[in-house]
Design a protein around this ligand. Structure first.
Ligand code: ME8
Length: 519
């Protein structure tokens, strides 16, 4: 297969169970992966867990476990979450895996061979929660006068022998990258912040630690483990077989898209490209920093008691519905808010009452009034205008917007087409035509059959299970569900020729109950 496409998510810290932000990122990446596959691309999709570092080591200590025990236990929850949400990854990587240690040591040696590493002493601030070093000038003051990172997390003064990476050497190259390749970091709003950070001067980066041993060993330097971000970022290469440059590395590197949240843009667009340049590897084509998902406008936290288990949410409202809601509701790139009521309102209005109802009432009439039998149209379906409206939404607008990661806008175009179809059914009133003009009724119902198929194909990347169930009911073959099938004008005739009647349709977009009002 040609035309490779490599997409990755951030790898999550498994120091606790997955939260809704993890689910959001995994779902968005999955929608992109499914969309690109349906566009005929040869997709490679990687996600996983980031298991080293002080944050993991300390959490394990708190719980009286070894770091490895904690990692083994928690990583499973992340993989289970991906599986429960229909996330179609090719590899779920764990940074404790042997090939990952080998890849991290290989990139280390490549950077060393390029003269970019040296041994010195680190003295400065470190945030364990962010696994990040901060300059004094970046710190803010907490309520009790204590020093906090710009993300509001505690920092501790750290003094250690450490390997350093010559980040300062890459300052001009990074500025050039931001200025000359605007597509590298999206959305645009995130770029200015990074340019300002680089223009403020880059200091060399401490990239090894000696005060604990939970990490990848630095080759040839006893007592040093790599700074967790060095190995974490390298996961994107490990999954392709690096340091072997043939095989998957040759096919899929550079990555088409690293999908990450806005809080870790610095690591992906300053440290990571600098490491790659140093190791003489091409840079990813794009890093996209999505926004944060908030619970009724608030960050979820244990102290607020508003932490949502994404698997419970999916069980309560349905995986497809949760996926649809997240991609539809939030302008991708910006922060967004969710609540149970918002999920129910959106899903009922657009999936259950609009698309589901369109399919259910039309297919039921084909089943009842036409014995489920489709007939050849003598001419093309007469209702070209509706067919053209739907085709434009499904073939042009939605794919154009999805390719640019504007999911909510692409889905909006689709919803408008669904509304147009329902309006058409209301106006044509096929139930009345049954008596007055049965031939015309058939044309109307078959026109809806055609557009429902197009709409289901277009929405498959977002709502895969329900759309496939609907396409099964229509009798659309499994290999005719990609976007290319929307350009295949012969499909309806072939469908009729099979002579297979429609079964009694089963609704695939049930209405959701509004949750009881909270006290
Ligand atoms: O940052 N809404 O891991 P992580 C949306 N291990 N996205 C959110 C979010 C929210 N409320 N909270 C977090 C790490 N995220 C590192 C990554 S990659 C080489 C190493 C996103 O478990 C966050 O921005 O803290 C990140 O992209 C991902 O979830 C994992 O966060």
């Amino acid at each position: 297969m040609s035309d490779p496409y490599y997409i990755t998510t951030a790898i999550s810290y498994p120091n606790g169970r997955p939260h809704i932000g993890h689910a959001y990122e995994a779902i968005a990446a999955d929608v992109i992966a499914r969309f690109q596959r349906a566009q005929g691309r040869n997709v490679r999709f990687q996600t996983g867990t980031d298991e080293h570092g002080l944050k993991m080591a300390r959490k394990a200590e708190e719980q009286g476990k070894t770091a490895r025990e904690l990692a083994d236990e928690m990583s499973g929850y992340f993989q289970d979450m991906c599986d429960a949400l229909g996330v179609s990854y090719d590899r779920f990587i764990r940074t404790v895996e042997e090939d990952h240690h080998a890849a991290s040591q290989a990139i280390w040696q490549a950077m060393e061979a390029n003269g970019d590493l040296y041994l010195d002493r680190y003295e400065g601030w470190y945030s364990v929660r962010d696994e990040a070093y901060y300059d004094e000038k970046e710190l803010v003051e907490g309520e009790g006068g204590e020093k906090l990172s710009p993300q509001g997390t505690p920092v501790e003064w750290t003094v250690e022998e450490s390997w350093f990476f010559r980040l300062s050497k890459y300052q001009d190259k990074l500025l050039k990258l931001f200025k000359e390749t605007p597509g590298f970091l999206q959305p645009d709003s995130r770029r200015n912040e990074m340019i300002a950070f680089v223009e403020g001067g880059l200091r060399d980066l401490s990239i090894s630690r000696t005060s604990f041993d939970w990490g990848v060993k630095v080759p040839g330097s006893d007592g040093h483990v790599m700074y967790v971000w060095v190995d974490a970022l390298t996961n994107y290469l490990t999954g392709l077989g690096y340091p072997d440059m043939d095989g998957d590395m040759a096919t899929f590197w550079p990555a088409d898209l690293h999908l990450i949240g806005k809080d870790i843009v610095r690591f992906h667009t300053i440290y990571w490209p600098a490491f790659l340049m140093s190791a003489n590897l091409p840079l990813p084509k794009q890093v996209f920093g999505h926004g944060f998902l908030l619970n009724r406008g608030q960050k979820e936290s244990k102290s607020l008691g508003n932490v949502t288990d994404p698997i419970e949410l999916a069980e309560k409202f349905g995986v497809d519905n949760l996926r649809y809601f997240l991609m539809r509701e939030v302008a991708f790139g910006q922060d967004g808010s969710y609540s149970e009521e918002a999920i129910v309102t959106r899903v009922n209005a657009e999936l259950a009452n609009s698309f589901g109802n369109l399919a259910q009432r039309s297919l039921s009439m084909i089943f009842k009034n036409m014995d489920g039998k489709l007939e050849q149209f003598d001419t093309l379906p007469v209702d070209d205008e509706l067919i053209a409206t739907v085709a434009n939404a499904c073939r042009t607008e939605l794919p154009r917007e999805f390719a640019a990661l504007n999911f909510s806008i692409g889905i909006e175009a689709w919803v408008k087409a669904v509304y147009a179809c329902n309006q058409y059914v209301d106006e044509q009133a096929p139930w009345a035509l049954k008596k007055t003009d049965p031939e015309r009724m058939k044309i109307v119902l078959q026109t809806i059959f055609v557009v429902v198929r197009d709409l289901a194909i277009a929405m498959r990347p977002v709502v895969p299970t329900a759309c496939d169930a609907l396409l099964d009911q229509l009798g659309v073959p499994a290999n005719e569900r990609d976007y290319a099938a929307l350009d295949d004008s012969g499909w309806f005739d072939r469908r009729v020729e099979t002579g297979v009647p429609l079964d009694k349709p089963q609704g695939v977009f049930p209405r959701l109950e509004m949750p009881a009002q909270e006290a």
